[in-house]
Ligand binder design. Sequence first.
Ligand SMILES: *[C@@H]1O[C@H](CO)[C@@H](O)[C@H](O)[C@H]1NC(C)=O
Ligand SMILES: *[C@@H]1O[C@H](CO)[C@@H](O)[C@H](O)[C@H]1NC(C)=O
Ligand SMILES: *[C@@H]1O[C@H](CO)[C@@H](O)[C@H](O)[C@H]1NC(C)=O
Ligand SMILES: *[C@@H]1O[C@H](CO)[C@@H](O)[C@H](O)[C@H]1NC(C)=O
Ligand SMILES: *[C@@H]1O[C@H](CO)[C@@H](O)[C@H](O)[C@H]1NC(C)=O
Ligand SMILES: [Ca+2]
Length: 552
Amino acid sequence: MPYLVALLLHCLPLAMGQYDICKSWVTTDDGPSWEFYACQPKAMRMKDYVTVRVDPAGITCGDPPERFCTHENPYLCSDECDASNPDLAHPPKLMFDTEDEGLATYWQSVTWRRYPEPLLANITLSWNKSIELTDDIVITFEYGRPTIMMLEKSLDNGRTWHPYQYYADDCMEAFSMPARRVRDLSTTSANRVLCTEEYSRWAGSKKEKNVRFEVRDRFAIFAGPDLKNMDNLYTRLESAKGLKDFFTVTDLRMRLLRPALGGTYVQRENLYKYFYAVSNIEVTGRCKCNLHANLCTFREGSLQCECEHNTTGQDCGKCKKNFRSRSWRAGSYLPLPNGSPNACAAAGSAFGTSSKISKLVRLKADSSPVAPIEAFEDCECYGHSNRCSYIDFLNVVTCVSCKHNTRGQHCQHCRLGFYRNSSAELDDENVCIECNCNQIGSVHDRCNETGYCECKEGATGPKCDDCLPNYYWRQGCFPNVCDDELLLCQNGGTCYQNQRCLCPAGFKGVLCQQSRCDADRKDCDGAPGARPGLGPLLLGALALQLPGWVDL
Ligand SMILES: *[C@@H]1O[C@H](CO)[C@@H](O)[C@H](O)[C@H]1NC(C)=O
Ligand SMILES: *[C@@H]1O[C@H](CO)[C@@H](O)[C@H](O)[C@H]1NC(C)=O
Ligand SMILES: *[C@@H]1O[C@H](CO)[C@@H](O)[C@H](O)[C@H]1NC(C)=O
Ligand SMILES: *[C@@H]1O[C@H](CO)[C@@H](O)[C@H](O)[C@H]1NC(C)=O
Ligand SMILES: *[C@@H]1O[C@H](CO)[C@@H](O)[C@H](O)[C@H]1NC(C)=O
Ligand SMILES: [Ca+2]
């Protein structure tokens, strides 16, 4: 029982009270209405929602079965790991189960038989969800803590990884880093990645089993030793660049680089006592919901924020459809104590117009007289921009740097060369589609509202990449010279790709309509005419190769 109380007290500052409701029904002079607040879910035991992966393949002991011993009993190597026997198997899931009183269950690696090849193992934890750490990560090693190890984190579901903390019995030797302690960090270095020697010393394998990533000590830099001054922490999280992200992860990876050595050098004659064994990995944190949700549920195999404030997405990271007239923003812990919800607003709803103008006026007054525009936040751009400018001489507020190929005062039009996607809402990222007009076939690269380009003479099709009947394509559309119907080649000539007639020897002209004899009497004697029976194809081919007079 005293243990339970201690546990509760331990959790109190982080679990209780602040930012736990998103809205409440209040009565004001104008009648009852909703009031909205910044809100976040409770901290949870994150190991219950994790997916684990242990690398490399074959690093888990027991397949084939093998013997091992411990540093305490180095010559009694009768312990056995056997993956096919539930009583003797040590699969990865035993790092996340609930420990029964006294009896630890643990994942165990193979032994260091292959020394001096290093014994390397990666334990990768994935949540498929951003998590904000609220308490220390505690990794419990049975049979001794690694003498070299590294903790890494990912913020993008494992695509990129960053060092989080280095652990070694000798930081200089292992990582060429000086040893530091989190307790010695200051307000400006609270998010420093450091190497610590505190959790790698040999202290007897049963005595000090835990390796920590110290979240509380880092919080304490701002909130005081007992985390009593959480207001200060929340203020700093809001204002110090990168501080919030430092405590945010989607994945964690423990890179085990050298096992416990029992306080001495590696004894090659008994490598059965070197291995890793992890009985528990405790990760306490809350779903990151950008201060737009106070509930996070496990659905379809993943944690999901139950978004309020008309936001949506796994982390409430965007505005709901039809609520994007104001650009999305995370909620803020400030001002204390309830924070700002920074809710999304419906298109067309009136929001903050008057305060916006007064803000502008203030901005104007502060700025130099030559600057015609001033940037400010909180503008109506259908989610395609989060910056607006005030144009002094027109007295209008207009969006700047509209994204997604939009333009206009509210990013409500498509850029030239793009047209409106009729199946997309105005606040959709896909609202503007590229015209894609054929550069040769079209007059310019603009198109009408249904995506039709304006074609040059002879060209057709929505993108002007086809030719009208009686035109042929060759770097543009040109009228046919010959064809099989009206513009027939004469005197046995054949029409080559509608571009020209291939005339038999003795004839020339666009349609082979002219006899060479007519044109040049000298060459005429003995010149045979087109011989019936010779295929037009052959004639054509010859004519191509030997232009001019040919004696057949
Ligand atoms: C562990 O992960 C790191 C990247 O974080 C990778 O470079 C290394 O090869 C992995 N080690 C093993 C044994 O899989
Ligand atoms: C990760 O979460 C997203 C959103 O909930 C889901 O669509 C996706 O299938 C999940 N991926 C995995 C590998 O579980
Ligand atoms: C969200 O939209 C609904 C209408 O669907 C509205 O009643 C509610 O007040 C909005 N909430 C916020 C926080 O703006
Ligand atoms: C038009 O918008 C819809 C809805 O967002 C999208 O699914 C579709 O891909 C868009 N069409 C094009 C051609 O981009
Ligand atoms: C766009 O141009 C095509 C072809 O000229 C035409 O059929 C269509 O009606 C035009 N659409 C609009 C909205 O003008
Ligand atoms: Ca366990």
